[in-house]
Each structure stands twice: as structure tokens, then as C-alpha cells.
Design a protein around this ligand. Structure first.
Ligand code: HPA
Ligand code: ZN
Length: 330
């Protein structure tokens, strides 16, 4: 089965590039850039990666991102992730980045986007991995700050396929960003949002009805509401599920109780993703492996999950069909 996972072509649709910062690179960049971090060693960094909630993770994740200063740092971060994709046969990626985490520290939007896109272009050319970029707004910050970020993105619009919404969910519902997302759609951005990770199913309904998302990130709390599950199924709205993340942040108490397969069996378009792999103990393949170890997923279901990852992507239809044939032939 692990062999099948390794061989399957996969797309990753829920991945925060800042969440791929491995402790070793964090430590190296802190020294290079003279950024003081509260850890004396790589081992101490690893020890700090124990979380009790989304917020307990976000505090450490934002602190870690402070070591990213120059364009080459963003390049190196992104390139390391793409090499991991090559190793795991992840052939298409839709990557989130959080511009406000960097612009708030005085790093130019341009520095961030140039470093990331240089790595993406190299991956297309040298690794045969296709990549789209999705800019996320931090929902704990104001609507005004988000509008400023939208403005800053416009000169780089051709490099960004869409927008998302991340950070602290509870208390910051999608309704807070209704006008922003209308403006984003007018600019031609596709729209996704994190919803139903820690927030209840009403956050998912708001993301659908008020933000008009074409995908829900996480969405695991949809199963509190049968009419929502029916709606997601009828409209084939994808959920980008992140199993290891959900257990690490205690949105789910044990992998054995994760509802991803239940949702699959209910006919939902669920996909497997890593979210912040450097913090949660695994990249895409390790997330699939966790389903084998804990949920008795079958080889047929693994193939469906891999196909779903392409169906739920923003790739052109003919490229999706190429991957369906590739998977059918395995
Ligand atoms: N949820 C919300 N915000 C985030 C996450 C997440 O899983 N990862 C990085 N930012
Ligand atoms: Zn996420």
C-alpha cells in the first residue's frame, strides 16, 4: 500500500509555504539574518512543536516566519518544498502564502512573491511540477489591512491565481470579509477559504453563501449538519482535508476517529493535504499513510483520493483527464 501511495501522482491543494519551514532551515536563516529566536538548538525548536489548539500553533508559526527576510530566503523555502514534492510524486501544487505576515515586518510584497515564483518557475522547468499561488488574508487582522494587501497584489496579478482566508478562525467568520472577497472576485481571482476547522458548520455555510468559494479548506465540521453535507455533495464543492494537522491541533482527538473516509463514503469530494508539514510531522505521503494505519483505507479509495486531488484543483480539464488516465493505469 505504501508502494501505491509513492507511485500515485498527486496534487496538493492545501499547503502554506510558511508551514514548510523545517527546523534546520529556520535555524540556519536565523543565524544568517541575525534574527533572535527563542531556541538554543534545532532540537529545542523541534521540542517546541507541541500544540494544543490552532492558536497555540499559529503563535509559533508566525514567530518562525520572522527568519524569512530576503528574496533568496523565500526562494530557498519554496524550492525545498518542491524537491519534497518531486520525491513524493506530487505533480501539481496550489500553494498558499501569507503576505501580511511579512509586510507587517517591513518585508516588501515584491520580495516575497519574487522569491516564491522563481522557485515555482524552476520547478516547472526542471522538475515537471506545475504550481499555482493562492494569496491568503489573515482573518484575525482587519478588513482594511486585507484591502491594502489586495491592492499590493495587483501588480503581480498574473502570478497569483486566487485568494484564501486563514489564521484564527473562531471569532473571525467569513462575513467579516464579504466585501473584500467581492472585490477579489472582480479582479478575477478564484476564491477559497478555511472554514470548519475549529469553527462550526455555520462558518462553512458563510464561506459558501457570502464568499462564494469554489473550495473549502478543512471543512471537516460539515458533518454536524446533514443539509450542508447534502449541499457539498450536490454542488461537488471540494474539501481540502489535512489529517495530520487536524490531530496535531486537536480538531480531531485521534486519527482513528477522523471523518475523512466517512465523508468520502457520503460522496463528498475530499482530498488529502499536509497544511504545514514542517510543523505537523509529515508531507502528503505521510498523510495518506496515516489513513492506511488508522482507517483501513483500501487501494481503490487511495486512487479515488488521488483523482479527487486533481478534480478539485484549478488545472485545465484536459490536464485533469491526463492524471485520471495515469491513475487508472496503475
Ligand atoms: N488554519 C488556519 N490558519 C493557518 C493554518 C490552518 O490550518 N495553517 C497556517 N495558517
Ligand atoms: Zn491551512
Amino acid at each position: 500500500m505504501n508502494d501505491l501511495i509513492a507511485k500515485l501522482p498527486k496534487a496538493e491543494l492545501h499547503l502554506h509555504i510558511e508551514g514548510t519551514l523545517e527546523p534546520e532551515l529556520l535555524f540556519t536563516l536565523a543565524q544568517k539574518n541575525n534574527v533572535v529566536i527563542p531556541y538554543p538548538s534545532v532540537e529545542a525548536v523541534k521540542k517546541a512543536y507541541r500544540f494544543t489548539s490552532l492558536q497555540s500553533f499559529l503563535d509559533i508559526y508566525y514567530a518562525g516566519a520572522a527568519v524569512l527576510i530576503g528574496e533568496s530566503d523565500f526562494f530557498e523555502l519554496t524550492w525545498a518544498y518542491l524537491l519534497k514534492c518531486q520525491e513524493q510524486n506530487v505533480l501539481h501544487v496550489e500553494i498558499f502564502f501569507d503576505p501580511q505576515t511579512h509586510t507587517a515586518r517591513g518585508i516588501a510584497f515584491e520580495t516575497v512573491i519574487r522569491g516564491i515564483t522563481r522557485a515555482l518557475e524552476r520547478a516547472e522547468a526542471e522538475l515537471g511540477i506545475s504550481a499555482y499561488l493562492i494569496m491568503c488574508f489573515l482573518r484575525h487582522l482587519s478588513e482594511e489591512s486585507a484591502f491594502e494587501t489586495l491592492q499590493a497584489s495587483l501588480p503581480f496579478k498574473e502570478k497569483i491565481i486566487g485568494v484564501g482566508l486563514d489564521s484564527s478562525e473562531v471569532g473571525h467568520p467569513p462575513s467579516k470579509f464579504k466585501r473584500l472577497f467581492e472585490a477579489c472576485a472582480k479582479e478575477g481571482y478564484v476564491v477559497v477559504a478555511h472554514a470548519g476547522e475549529e469553527g462550526d458548520s455555520s462558518y462553512i455555510w458563510e464561506a459558501i453563501r457570502l464568499l462564494h468559494v469554489s473550495r473549502i479548506d478543512h471543512g471537516i465540521r460539515c458533518d454536524e449538519d446533514d443539509s450542508l453535507v447534502a449541499y457539498l455533495r450536490a454542488h461537488r464543492i471540494p474539501l481540502t482535508v489535512c489529517p495530520l494537522s487536524n490531530v496535531k491541533l486537536r480538531a480531531v482527538n485521534d486519527m482513528k476517529n477522523h471523518n475523512i473516509l466517512k465523508l468520502l463514503h457520503q460522496g463528498l469530494l475530499v482530498t488529502v493535504n499536509s497544511d504545514d508539514p514542517a510543523y505537523f510531522g509529515g508531507y502528503v505521503n505521510e498523510n495518506y499513510e496515516a489513513l492506511i494505519q488508522n482507517l483501513h483505507v483500501s487501494p481503490e479509495e487511495l486512487k479515488i483520493l488521488a483523482k479527487n486531488s486533481f478534480e478539485a484543483s484549478f488545472l485545465p480539464q484536459e490536464r485533469k483527464e491526463y492524471f485520471y488516465r495515469y491513475i487508472d493505469a496503475l
